[in-house]
Design a protein around this ligand. Structure first.
Ligand code: SF4
Length: 536
């Protein structure tokens, strides 16, 4: 058995390869990005599996679905908010008879280290009535991924792998097992089971509900759900999930009496094991990262008058990431004294655009163009340009979700506000800004869209956009934007005044206008120069 030092994301990626993966698709998003990055490198070295970045999570999901339609094993990975974008194919894929294994890896971000919300993907798995595995270590990332593909083929459903930031981005030794061969290409046997016409869909839904019992039975017996009853402790039972087990185990040696412990790594919930634990103790403490997913379900499962504590009762904070100290307090252990370092002041470094970032020049031009107006509105999106919200730019006023800036600007303009400008990045525009721009074209909305084209998906590490800059202009014209009001400019410092003038004149134009400000992200340009030196 060989070993490798791997991130949680990488353990998951290599587990997929060793499970016989044929195809992997993703849109970059922290903390899931490294899954596909690992697979792209693997593909370069070994010629397989097929791995590709996609326009957005929904297109990535459908491509993975196509691969499993012809019997192959496919992985689609994304961050938690990406699952909102892929929610449509995800929910419906639970009703088709998954043929090759389909694994949906979702990296949640409790604590919002680089996300706009904390949503917990286990609710999505439950909502779709599919199975979910939740690794608590890098080794489990590898092992559970292998099993997730087997489960997907066994139960004919997509299987979710839910990890969280700290596990995705920390590294340890992982033991590897012999790889399995890829599935042969073989088309799904019954056409009807992939056609969700109401008659078929109703049958598929009933079948999915019937399979719930088998899934629960599997979950009761799964090695990932382990129950250890402490014969001498009838006071406290602890339920852990995912990485919370590590925080619990770190504090365990200090407890006078080890509590009974149920670790849950696989869903649907192992109902019998939960009942067994509850019958053994007076109080349950639930330790889970994310939402109180398990804690909320316990109320309906437990007939015994057992007290349940956790995030809902205030024993743990309802938001943010768990950590060993929070778990310690919930277990009733005294606070650790810690070490105080005198005389050290850490510099306060708020996030900001890199010095000389092209977006900075575009924002300067935008602010200048808006000077004549007492009030104005600038909607924005997710990406490096979001940093324009902070001083010295303070240039944008919204950041809700990918692609929202365009639709929000349209809504505000149609509500009677003037002037309205939307800002979006090139990859975000292709991800989900194109569709609302079509709405704006059809209504000839009185707004100006600024596409900040830095030729990279910069915030997640500079992945290449799906389309080069040179073609973005054609896309905008192709969906019907008036060529007289669609411009490409270079976001250089010496151009700031000229760009400001152009934005000003397009704001005064009554109708829709688009300005594409192009200049490569400094970081990706630097990296390309370094790589060129190395290969020269
Ligand atoms: S990474 Fe690139 S796009 Fe992002 S702030 Fe830095 S220079 Fe600008």
């Amino acid at each position: 058995m060989s070993e490798r030092v791997l991130l949680g994301d990488e353990g998951l990626a290599l587990g997929s390869v060793h499970a016989g993966l044929s195809a992997a698709y993703a849109y970059p998003g922290t903390p899931s990005t490294e899954i596909l990055e690992f697979l792209l490198e693997y593909q370069e070295e070994h010629g397989r599996p097929h791995a590709a970045w996609c326009i957005n999570e929904k297109t990535a999901y459908a491509q993975a679905l196509g691969a499993c339609f012809v019997g192959r094993r496919a992985l689609v990975s994304m961050k938690h908010v990406g699952l909102n974008v892929a929610a449509d194919p995800f929910m419906n894929s639970a009703l088709v008879a998954t043929h090759g294994g389909l694994v949906v890896a979702v990296a949640d971000d409790p604590g919002m280290h680089s996300s706009q919300n904390e949503q917990d993907s286990r609710f999505y798995a439950d909502f779709a009535r599919v199975m979910c595995l939740e690794p608590g270590s890098q080794q489990e990332c590898y092992d559970m991924t292998r099993e997730a593909f087997d489960l997907s083929e066994k139960f004919g459903v997509p299987v979710m792998l839910r990890i969280t930031t700290r596990l995705a981005h920390s590294r340890t030794v992982v033991k590897l097992r012999a790889p399995r061969a890829e599935n042969e290409v073989r088309k799904a046997p019954q056409r009807a089971s992939w056609i969700l016409l109401p008659g078929n869909a109703r049958r598929a839904w009933r079948s999915l509900l019937e399979r719930q019992r088998e899934m629960v039975a599997w979950s009761e017996a799964a090695e990932w759900n382990t129950l250890a009853l402490a014969p001498d402790n009838h006071e406290l039972g602890v339920i852990t999930a995912g990485i919370a087990r590590n925080y619990y185990q770190e504090n365990l040696p200090e407890l006078a009496h080890a509590p009974s412990h149920l670790h849950i790594g696989a869903y649907p919930l192992p109902v019998e094991k939960i009942r067994q634990l509850a019958a053994h103790v007076k109080r349950l403490l639930v330790l889970e990262d994310g939402y109180p997913f398990i804690e909320r379900q316990l109320a309906g499962l437990l007939p015994q008058p057992v007290e349940v504590t956790g995030k809902l009762t205030g024993a743990l904070p309802p938001d943010g990431e768990l950590n060993p100290d929070l778990v310690r307090a919930a277990l009733g252990l005294p606070t650790r004294a810690g070490v105080k370092l005198e005389g050290i002041t850490l510099p306060n470094r708020p996030p900001q655009l890199c010095q000389g970032c092209p977006h900075g020049h575009a924002y300067k031009a935008l602010k200048k163009a808006l000077e004549p107006y007492d009030t104005n509105m600038v909607t924005s999106d997710i990406g490096c340009y979001t940093l324009g919200a902070l001083p010295p730019y303070s240039a944008i006023e919204s950041c809700v979700c990918m692609g929202a800036s365009v639709g929000m600007a349209k809504g505000a303009a149609e509500a009677g506000f003037f002037p309205v400008t939307a800002v979006i990045g090139d990859s975000t525009f292709l991800h989900s800004g194109v569709a609302p721009l079509m709405d704006a074209v059809s209504a000839n909305t009185n707004m100006t869209l600024l596409i900040l084209d830095n030729q990279a998906i910069a915030m997640t590490g500079g992945q290449p956009p799906r389309m080069p800059s040179s073609r973005l202009h054609d896309v905008v014209l192709g969906i019907g934007v008036d060529p007289k009001h669609c411009h490409v400019v270079e976001a250089m410092p010496r151009q700031v005044d000229a760009i400001a003038e152009l934005i000003g004149s397009e704001i005064r134009h009554e109708g829709l206008s688009v300005i594409i400000a192009v200049r490569e992200c400094l970081e990706t340009a630097r990296r390309k120069r370094r790589e060129a030196v190395v290969t020269a």
